[in-house]
Design a protein around this ligand. Structure first.
Ligand SMILES: Nc1ncnc2c1ncn2[C@@H]1O[C@H](COP(=O)(O)OP(=O)(O)OP(=O)(O)O)[C@@H](O)[C@H]1O
Length: 630
């Protein structure tokens, strides 16, 4: 008997009573025979299979647009033609943002298809605007085009995978039943090269723990390989979990290096502000590591793949337009010499390494002063003010003085984007330098195979071994555990294998002006370690201060004792008076404490009508400031 005042139950006719979600359903006639049902069902199918039906939609869209253009705007055909040309040019140029949004555009076949499709549609629409969508052979051309372009569209690889995952989804209720998880449903799925990942909704009362217990049964029911499925809880909903099926083990064979698409100019066009991909996790997901303002430590036994991983990181940084690198390779340049067209400096012995690291310390100090003068706290890398990475292979071989400089960079370099990337076998206190805190400054740490378990804690930090991070059993070079921001669980990864040919190709593609290879006489450590880095330091400006800032710096440096006219500074920088005054004021704020007070310049006679800016060079530090007005 119904309680007094209780709302009447109005579930779906024929539906099961008692389900909580049905208690609140709005009474709608869902009868199978009703028109509304069939119209709704039709739209559902049209939407659900939109990708498969896309060729029909293109065809219909073209006929409608062509008929409309012909009837209303027959002289708009240049618009469709120009739109087509612009579309083809965009696909050919493939701006980085577009490739990020549609990664398939990195493949030439996809670009060929896309360019052809855009060209064909725009040509057809232009003709349809002039002659009509059904005039002469227009219909045949439309059908022919739809047929030609539909083939590759329907047969493309991700579509085939999508079809497979749909089959798995449709069969999932049976699979779940066989695995002892009756009532579980697959609510969404995405696929990648290595398998698929799905969100599973459990029957009421079932939990993630039940899933973990039933995982072997689920593997069997899915026909997966042993150990090929992973389940992870969904924290915000206890009735769901994420199921991942790894169809092909990404670590079974070396993971080949994947260069990122090159821009048409052939210049680096990616940014270090975006995380870089260095390999794949065991489940096939990419390992993306944020390198901006981060120091990196790579540790592992001999032959574990440290230099390989270092090369991968080098390759990734080379692809970025807003980062530059210096290298220290105490294996006499064996590892880093192939990158000499990318490295702005390379040191291959301890003397040159010390000088390079000293230059790194100077650079960070210049940057710090530069920021201070502008009231800023962090360096934002740009192509003309790049982040600087100092790569050090075999850190333990560095002299005590070199390690002291490195320690200084590790402590102070982050904010100003002067960062270290270090590879070493055992980062003990002794090898990293007594009294050195360098290890604790490392934000991202890669631990490759180690021979002794305590080495894990040395590389990754105290307590990691007991928390389940252990790489002693790793087989195969390049496999590692990585810890850092957002990487708090021990997930096994493998670095890309970058071959000598890949290194040569990458270094050639991203060769920098002013690199070691570009510098006259390059090839010996002496020629690379003479205190110059492609001539940038001779100005005294921080590395990467360029454009008008650099021009101002140079004009002030070369100014005669009596000063320079504002017009000269305007001509040198191409900037207006307010900009120059702002920069000069900032320069004055950076003056050394012990710099003598600036005096009016004697015998100074400005030409009539010109405004003079007197500059003065500090005798102790050679820094230049604007002298006070007379
Ligand atoms: N990601 C990888 N996948 C497959 N093989 C790799 C990978 N990285 C390195 N290797 C291979 O492992 C071997 C050792 O690599 P590497 O020289 O990088 O080790 P290492 O730890 O730097 O050794 P050492 O300490 O002796 O310098 C090389 O033959 C290399 O080709």
């Amino acid at each position: 008997m119904r309680r007094r005042g209780a709302a009447p139950y109005r579930g779906r006719p024929g539906g099961r009573r008692g389900r909580r979600d049905e208690m609140f359903m709005i009474p709608v006639n869902y009868g199978r025979g009703s028109d509304a049902y069939w119209v709704g069902e039709l739209f559902r199918v049209l939407w659900r299979y939109r990708a498969e039906l896309a060729p029909l939609y293109w065809l219909a869209g073209c006929f409608i647009a062509g008929a409309w253009l012909h009837a209303v705007h027959p002289n708009w055909w240049p618009v469709t033609t120009l739109a087509g040309i612009a579309g083809i040019a965009t696909v050919a140029i493939r701006p980085a943002r577009l490739v990020e949004r549609f990664p398939l555009l990195a493949r030439w076949r996809v670009r060929l298809w896309g360019g052809g499709f855009i060209g064909y549609v725009s040509a057809w629409l232009s003709c349809a605007a002039i002659y009509g969508a059904t005039a002469g052979p227009m219909e045949s051309f439309a059908l022919l085009g739809a047929g030609v372009f539909a083939g590759p569209w329907l047969w493309r690889e991700d579509r085939r995978r999508l079809t497979r995952v749909r089959i798995v989804r449709d069969k999932f209720p049976d699979t779940a039943d066989a695995a002892g998880l009756t009532g579980a449903k697959m609510v969404s799925a995405i696929m990648d090269r290595w398998g698929w990942t799905a969100r599973i909704k459990l029957r009421r009362g079932q939990t993630y723990t039940d899933v973990v217990k039933q995982l072997p049964e689920l593997e069997s029911a899915l026909g997966a390989r042993v150990g090929g499925t992973r389940a992870e809880p969904v924290m915000e909903d206890a009735s769901q979990f994420t199921l991942r099926l790894v169809e092909t083990d990404p670590h079974a064979a070396p993971v080949n290096w994947e260069p990122r698409p090159v821009s048409v100019t052939g210049k680096p066009h990616l940014s270090i502000t975006q995380p870089v991909t260095v390999g794949l996790f065991e489940d096939g997901t990419p390992i993306t590591v944020p390198l901006l303002r981060k120091h990196v430590l790579i540790g592992g036994a001999t032959d574990s793949g440290k230099s390989g991983l270092l090369n991968v990181i080098l390759g990734r940084i080379a692809e970025c337009s807003d980062a530059v690198m210096w290298g220290i390779d105490l294996k006499k340049g064996m590892e880093l010499a192939p990158w000499s067209s990318v490295l702005l400096r390379l040191a291959t012995d301890n003397d040159s390494a010390e000088r390079l690291l000293k230059a790194g310390v100077d650079e960070l100090e210049k940057r710090a002063e530069f920021l201070m003068g502008r009231g800023r706290r962090e360096w934002y890398p740009k192509s003309d003010a790049p982040a600087l990475y100092i790569i050090i292979d075999e850190y333990a071989e560095l002299s005590a003085l070199g390690q002291r400089y490195a320690d200084s960079i590790a402590r102070r370099g982050r904010a100003v984007c002067v960062n270290l990337i270090i590879a070493t076998q055992r980062p003990t206190q002794k090898t990293m330098g007594e009294n050195s805190a360098i290890r604790s400054q490392m934000n991202i740490r890669f631990c490759l195979k180690v021979n002794e378990r305590p080495d894990v804690d040395l590389i990754l930090g105290a307590g990691k071994l007991s928390a389940g991070w252990d790489t002693t059993g790793f087989d195969g070079a390049g496999k590692f555990l990585v810890s850092g921001p957002g990487m708090d669980t021990p997930r096994r990864g493998r670095a890309f294998l970058i071959t000598d040919a890949d290194v040569t190709a990458t270094a050639r593609t991203y060769a920098r002006t002013g690199s070691v290879a570009d510098t006259a006489g390059a090839g010996t450590s002496e020629s690379r370690s003479d205190g110059r880095s492609g001539g940038r330091e001779t100005t005294g400006a921080p590395l990467g201060v360029s454009g008008p800032e650099m021009a101002l710096w140079a004009a002030l440096r070369d100014a005669p004792r009596e000063g320079v006219t504002l017009a000269v500074l305007q001509a040198a920088t191409g900037k207006g008076r307010p900009w120059i005054y702002r920069r000069l004021k900032a320069g004055q704020a950076r003056r050394h404490r012990d710099q003598p007070r600036l005096r009016p310049v004697e015998g100074h006679h400005p030409p009539a009508g010109s405004r003079y800016v007197s500059v003065r060079r500090c005798p102790s530090c050679a820094r230049i400031s604007r002298a006070p007005a007379r």
